[in-house]
Ligand binder design. Structure first.
Ligand code: PLP
Length: 424
């Protein structure tokens, strides 16, 4: 089909994320290879977004392609109710070994994995004699997905779901912890402690450890996560960590942020990079203690079961992605990406209109003092051969882990150009 026909059908019928039908896309993608997208008009921009933080090994990776084609030769999908298969059991065993959490519930998106996490916590509390514990504590500035339970724990003021506030489950929001890995949390703790002391109906605490992603690319002290984890555990509340964005080495150093922080979650959500960006796949993991509590709830079972749960194609590709994660020295690789992003973005600090520049692992952020002119910034980056997707006041990159140093330089150059275009 010609690109014009794709665009015409798109404009007539198709909704894109957070858009109205008829909004014009920046490109018609006809293929992708390595770190580059291929547009119908011949452009081949570097994907500095890793397809929304998922394609960590780049596109058309031979090992991931082989895992998918081998699996499709056996079966693409089969229901998971009452049946099992090797791709799911292998992946679950590997995730359990990686995280220390024994029980694994597969789903098809991060948002659903968050719904399952909230449900697990509610059922656990019911099963252990606390049916009154029906609410969650979370942080302002967070983002956990677009379904209703997940929306209820997204930032209630600046988040994308503000208009739904009146119909959402009411949760308790603590102030956002101070910025920076080494920020002083004492004033924040003094604010939070009385709020927590006043609560008697909490099932769990849910947060994105160390980096709040879509809620504002906010890097905050591991110490704040540790303090909240201690508070939760001391009060019988479950600690739910949403590592859908931060998991699988995105922040460098460790595979999961919780390892860097030094806490043990009761429930953990993973998604995005889990399948190397190939297929929709997420998982909610929990401890045996949590699953025992759920078993003791009145239903005796975890009340969830998506149709495409544990899709064999997705599980096979995810296992191949974990092989790549294990084969490559990712902490080293991500240190190099961080160095490249940090030095490349440094010139943005001096620009009028730039509020902050920050990096952590394979994440580089330029924050403006005003909303980004998304169209101007995106076009400027494309003119420099890079695909970015700014939002709110943020121009950022989360490139594939296989991005070469010269490509990182191209990304930061494009981000600087996008910043200038947005500010001019
Ligand atoms: N949780 C976090 C931390 C995320 O960053 C996202 C997506 O950006 C989600 C949950 C929702 O995941 P999905 O878009 O796969 O539903």
């Amino acid at each position: 089909m010609r690109a014009e026909d794709v665009l015409a059908a798109d404009a007539a019928h198709v909704w894109h994320p957070y858009a109205s039908v008829g909004a014009t896309p920046f490109g018609v993608v006809t293929g992708a290879e390595g770190v580059r997208l291929e547009f119908a008009d011949g452009q081949t921009p570097i994907d500095a977004m890793s397809s929304w933080w998922a394609a960590i090994h780049g596109y058309r990776h031979p090992q991931l392609d082989t895992a998918a084609t081998d699996q499709i030769g056996r079966m693409a999908h089969v229901m998971f109710g009452g049946l099992t298969h090797e791709p799911a059991t292998t992946l679950a065993s590997r995730l359990a070994a990686l995280t220390g959490l024994e029980r694994v519930f597969f789903s098809d998106s991060g948002s659903v994995s968050v719904e399952v996490a909230l449900k697990m916590a509610l059922q656990f509390q019911r099963g252990t004699g606390h049916p009154e514990r029906t609410r969650f504590v979370t942080l302002e500035g967070g983002y956990h997905g677009d379904t209703f339970g997940a929306m209820s724990v997204c930032d209630p003021v600046g988040g994308m779901h503000v208009m739904f506030t009146d119909v959402l489950w009411r949760q308790t929001f603590l102030p956002r912890p101070p910025a920076g890995l080494d920020g002083d949390i004492s004033a924040w703790v003094a604010q939070c402690k009385p709020v927590l002391d006043g609560l008697d109906d909490v099932a769990g605490v849910i947060l994105e450890p160390v980096l709040q992603g879509a809620g504002g690319m906010h890097i905050y002290p591991p110490e704040a996560v540790r303090w909240l984890a201690d508070q939760a555990h001391a009060r019988g509340w479950l600690l739910i960590l949403d590592e859908i964005a931060t998991g699988f080495f995105r922040l460098g150093e460790t595979a999961f942020a919780f390892e860097r922080v030094g806490v043990e979650p009761d429930i953990l959500c993973v998604g995005k990079a889990l399948s190397g960006g190939y297929l929709g796949l997420a998982a909610t993991l929990c401890t045996r203690n949590v699953s025992d509590g759920i078993d003791a709830s009145e239903s005796g079972v975890l009340m969830h079961g998506p149709t495409y749960m544990a899709n064999p194609l997705a599980c096979s590709v995810a296992s191949a992605s974990l092989d790549l994660v294990a084969e490559h020295d990712l902490p080293d690789r991500i240190r190099a990406l961080e160095t490249g992003l940090t030095s490349g973005l440094a010139p943005a600090r001096g620009l009028a209109g730039v509020a902050d520049v920050r990096t952590i692992g394979a994440v580089g952020v330029i924050q403006l003092d005003r909303p980004v002119d998304v169209a101007a910034a995106t076009r400027a980056a494309l003119d420099h051969g890079v695909w970015i997707r700014p939002f709110r006041d943020l121009i950022y990159a989360m490139p594939p882990f296989v991005t070469a140093p010269a490509d990182v330089e191209q990304i930061t150059t494009a981000m600087l150009a996008a910043t200038k275009a947005s500010l001019s």
